[in-house]
Design a binder for this molecule. Structure first.
Ligand code: NAG
Ligand code: NAG
Ligand code: NAG
Ligand code: NAG
Ligand code: NAG
Ligand code: NAG
Ligand code: NAG
Ligand code: NAG
Ligand code: NAG
Ligand code: NAG
Ligand code: NAG
Length: 844
């Protein structure tokens, strides 16, 4: 270190002086040399230091590193002032980093050429400092920062570092920016926005200075002065809140993904704990122009669309592909290469794309005849949309679970890839192709001989009718369902790691967490007690997967393999609503705000309305309860377990209308117990109970001294009559919208009316909640007798107040015990119900 004794003395003084702010002072005139690896400017506890880091044995970059794992959190780079490509700038071993007397920090290479400069000369910089948070600053004589590494990030953010509007994290063609409205967005080439994480839309307009920050506990938070609570949690690392010595950082990686990483002194490993884009192949341009992304053993790999293309760089698939003959130079005919299970990524800001609602043939032909069209993609997600790509850049994604079909213009005959589309090396492919042709020819010859000798034709004729019937069924299923994927049992065993991670136990079987080949996380439900044939099972699967609604859990696929019947659903990270409503103590992290609750109530209502009134084959859910309402990352409600009742084989034919249905006590409509025909009004009843629970955070059947020994739902009505609305509302939530609360409570009382005809239809329920239509004063919900089963016997309970009960006038419930199978109820309420029933019996 070319530091005079005086500088050292000054440094010492400054250090003494600056202990409170915990930063090391670096005086003007200080220098670091690339040739001396011992030199560094380190923070007081040495967690961060600025030094030269070798890139190759003979080239170095000037970087701030974190000591555990040598994490580079900043480097002098081409993009660090908002321009350039973000590449770190390297110097040879003669390079130096000077803090010039003029106040500029300057990186020079061995021949003295300036490689990078902080552009702070003559702006009053009096010294520099580096603190224990990792911030390197150039400060004036009043300790105001003129320049800082926190304000000029490269590709990494450390905890407590603010990411504000105008800042940019860069890596190659990819960048992360923050919009005025509070969106954190990932962009390719500054033009295509392929990922976005926003603050709440309702408050977007009110933001004054939005910023993002990674907290040291691993939660990515959004901040703005307009937030009452100060911040909003936007994303969680998988290890958030764990480990005292864990250091986390957020990095814009050169594969276009934004990740949170964790490292600790003890392990030394750097592990990703969150990624913005879970499906890497959805990152625009990941495989370069004309490249196709796919998965091999869960790793994303790049290939070319067909043999009409060659890779730009044989050793790096991410560089993309080129046509062997360009379209402009094509001497013969231009044709359309058809790529099954492939889509060309399309993100909304690509305004150049033309969209049409057409079928496969038109999607192909429209592109072929259009001069500007490069390729087209038929999304096949049910929307019928065909995108015509007119930009020069095509980013492909191929995978067995993708329903899309794409077309790409090629010169002459389209030559598909042999077997695997991922083979990119041209020579290899040619020889492999030859080998394959030979094998195929031999096989075909052998097979034909075999067929002739054994009278294959006769056999085929005999079986043809059956096979035609089967294929017709398959076609129907595939069409009706928006293509649910069929998995083999083995595949699901693999993706769930042999059913090792159990998520829970539903009414129809256990649910396990799994990860598909494209890294999509799923919940796999192993159905029990299904005794249906394959065809009927597939019909039901088709019905379930033909429902597409924001508030319904999406069915990804199914498995019908031998005796195994499994359903594969999207995985929802926040789990079920009951965990949020009925957490006993103040786990504030798990507490939902009123806004969240109201939106969940609305969302659930909309999902059920869709099932009842809007989808093709109407579905009565029959088991609405908080356990069956799942929440995604943004706390959007998604109703699960619908359409399953029909899958269960009726065991008791005496009660056909009911036998196949499982309900959960506390949420069962009285007519269910009375053996009356079921209508969609059953779901309305259950929904009403759930709505009351969302408002109150208490089980509707809970009995306590606080509720005067009545069931909560009945006590709530008496409080409501007295005008004590606040008594009903969950005491743990603050800032409730009293108008919405009153609406929700009135609606819930309308829903739990004893007479089905008095309950509104689900669509009306939603309108009442939304405040679109006025709500009349609800009559008192009658006391409802609920069947309680303890073991095999059925008991009838009445309210302690001694009023006559439904059961008293109708003996049906007790006789219904034979078919009441209440395996679906969650453990907690069951226990509570048991207690309740015995105490009530005692009091009788
Ligand atoms: C760097 O430090 C090590 C010990 O920490 C010492 O052995 C070595 O001589 C130093 N190198 C230089 C160039 O100062
Ligand atoms: C950023 O730095 C480059 C040199 O590294 C310089 O040419 C450019 O003008 C700077 N841009 C801004 C906005 O400071
Ligand atoms: C900095 O980035 C710009 C824009 O990508 C590029 O043209 C330039 O060559 C880069 N400079 C260096 C020194 O890498
Ligand atoms: C230093 O940088 C200049 C300009 O970038 C370049 O011409 C020169 O070759 C570099 N010298 C060394 C030793 O790398
Ligand atoms: C260094 O200090 C910072 C801030 O006080 C603290 O968070 C960090 O844990 C310390 N690191 C070490 C290695 O002591
Ligand atoms: C800081 O420097 C400015 C001139 O650059 C001078 O006017 C001012 O008095 C100085 N302040 C302190 C606290 O030394
Ligand atoms: C981040 O921004 C806030 C508000 O502008 C500020 O109070 C805080 O000091 C900043 N943090 C850092 C480390 O610069
Ligand atoms: C923010 O997101 C909205 C929609 O999600 C989008 O329309 C808008 O362009 C985005 N703004 C920025 C600055 O990215
Ligand atoms: C934002 O508001 C929407 C509806 O306005 C709500 O669904 C969501 O839970 C809220 N999100 C956050 C993070 O507060
Ligand atoms: C903030 O939002 C509220 C309601 O959305 C609106 O009434 C108010 O005018 C907004 N304030 C500003 C400053 O935009
Ligand atoms: C990349 O961006 C530049 C300008 O920002 C634009 O001219 C160019 O067309 C873009 N490239 C593609 C393939 O969209």
């Amino acid at each position: 270190m070319k530091m005079s004794k005086l500088s050292f003395f000054l440094l010492y003084l400054h250090c003494l002086f600056a202990i409170s702010s915990s930063s090391t002072i670096i005086p003007l005139g200080s220098t670091l040399q690339a040739s001396n690896r011992n030199q560094s400017w380190s923070s007081p506890n040495a967690s961060f230091s600025l030094s030269f880091v070798p890139v190759t044995p003979s080239s170095f970059m000037a970087a701030i590193t974190y000591y555990a794992g040598d994490v580079i959190v900043w480097s002098a780079s081409n993009g660090s002032n908002g321009t350039g490509d973000g590449a770190s700038l390297v110097v040879d071993s003669g390079g130096t980093l000077n803090l010039l007397p003029s106040g500029a920090l300057r990186l020079t290479n061995g021949s003295g050429a300036v490689v990078w400069d902080s552009a702070t000369a003559n702006r009053g910089v009096s010294h520099a400092s580096i603190d224990d948070l990792g911030n390197f600053q150039l400060l004036n004589n009043e300790s105001a920062p003129i320049w800082s590494s926190f304000q000029n990030p490269t590709d990494t953010l450390v905890p407590s570092q603010n990411f504000t509007v105008g800042k940019i994290l860069r890596s190659g063609s990819y960048s992360l920016t923050l919009g005025r409205s509070g969106n954190l967005t990932l962009n390719w080439n500054g033009t295509i926005e392929y990922w976005s994480l926003g603050f709440n839309s309702s408050i977007n307009g009110n933001l004054t200075s939005p910023r993002f920050m990674l907290q040291s506990n691993g939660i990515l938070v959004g901040l703005d002065p307009s937030f009452a609570r100060g911040m909003i949690n936007m994303a969680y690392s998988t290890d958030y809140g764990e480990g005292d010595d864990v250091f986390r950082f957020l990095r814009m990686d050169n594969d276009g993904n934004l990740r949170i990483y964790s490292t600790s002194e003890s392990s030394g490993n750097i592990t990703p704990t969150w990624a913005a884009v879970t499906d890497q192949c959805q990152v625009y341009g990941f495989c370069g122009n004309m490249g196709v992304c796919g998965y091999k053993d869960s790793n994303p790999v790049c290939g070319c669309p067909s043999q009409n293309f060659y890779p730009v760089d044989e050793h790096d698939g991410r560089k993309g592909c080129r046509r062997k003959v360009e379209i402009e130079d094509c001497p013969g005919d231009v044709t359309m290469l058809q790529l099954e299970h492939t889509k060309f990524l399309t993100y909304p800001p690509e305004v150049n794309d033309q969209t049409f609602i057409v079928g496969t043939v038109a999607c192909r032909m429209n592109c072929l005849v259009s001069g500007s069209c490069i390729g087209s993609t038929l999304v096949a997600d049910g929307s019928g949309i065909c995108y015509m790509k007119t930009t020069d850049f095509i980013s492909g994604y191929q995978g067995a679970v993708l329903p899309s079909t794409s077309f790409l213009k090629v010169c002459g005959q389209a030559v598909p890839n042999p077997s695997s589309y991922l083979d990119t090396s041209g020579k290899d492919n040619d020889s492999r192709l030859h080998a394959m042709v030979i094998i195929v020819v031999v096989l075909v010859t052998l097979l034909s001989l075999f067929a002739i000798v054994t009278g294959f034709w006769c056999w085929f004729y005999g079986g043809s009718e059956k096979s035609r019937r089967i294929s017709a069924q398959y076609e129907l299923v595939d069409y009706a369902s928006g293509a649910p994927v069929k998995f083999s049992y083995k595949e699901l065993q693999q993706s769930t790691k042999a059913f090792s991670e159990r998520l829970g136990e539903g009414g129809f079987g256990a649910v396990y967490k799994g990860t598909l080949g494209n890294r999509m996380v799923v919940a796999v439900k192993q159905l029990e007690g299904i005794e249906q044939g394959e065809m009927q099972f597939r019909m039901e699967v088709a019905t379930i997967s033909s429902t597409h609604h924001l508030n319904l859990v999406r069915l990804v696929g199914f498995c019908s393999d031998g005796r195994h019947r499994l359903l594969v659903y999207e995985f929802l990270r926040n789990g079920s609503l009951d965990k949020f409503l009925f957490t006993s103590n103040d786990q504030s992290g798990k507490l939902l705000t009123w806004e969240n609750r109201f939106n969940i109530a609305l969302g659930t209502g909309r999902g059920i309305t869709y099932l009842h009134e809007e989808c093709r084959d109407c579905i009565i859910h029959c088991d609405i309860k908080p356990e069956n309402i799942l929440l995604d990352e943004g706390y959007t409600a998604k109703v699960s377990d619908f359409g399953l009742a029909k899958l269960m084989k009726p065991k008791d034919h005496r009660h056909l209308s009911l036998a196949s249905i499982r309900g959960t006590r506390g949420y069962l409509a009285p007519e269910w117990l009375a053996n009356h025909p079921l209508t969609s009004k059953c779901d309305v009843y259950s929904y009403g109970m759930v709505l009351l629970e969302i408002v109150s955070g208490r089980r509707n059947f809970e009995v306590s001294p606080e509720t005067d020994g009545k069931k909560f739902s009945l006590w709530a009505y008496s409080e409501f009559e007295k005008g004590h609305i606040e008594a009903i509302v969950d005491k743990r939530i603050k800032d409730v919208d009293s108008e919405e609360v009153e609406r929700a409570i009135m609606v819930s009382f309308w829903c739990i009316q004893e007479q089905p005809s008095q309950r509104p239809m689900m669509g009306k329920v939603v309108q009442m909640l939304e405040g679109v239509i006025d709500i009349e004063m609800p009559p008192a919900p009658k006391l409802v007798a609920e069947g309680l089963s303890s073991g095999t016997t059925m008991t009838v309970n009445s309210d302690v107040s001694g009023l006559s009960t439904y059961a008293a006038s109708n003996p049906a419930p007790s006789s219904s015990s034979s078919f009441m199978n209440i395996g679906a109820s969650p453990p907690t309420p069951e226990r509570e119900m048991g207690k309740e029933s015995s105490s009530l019996l005692g009091s009788k």
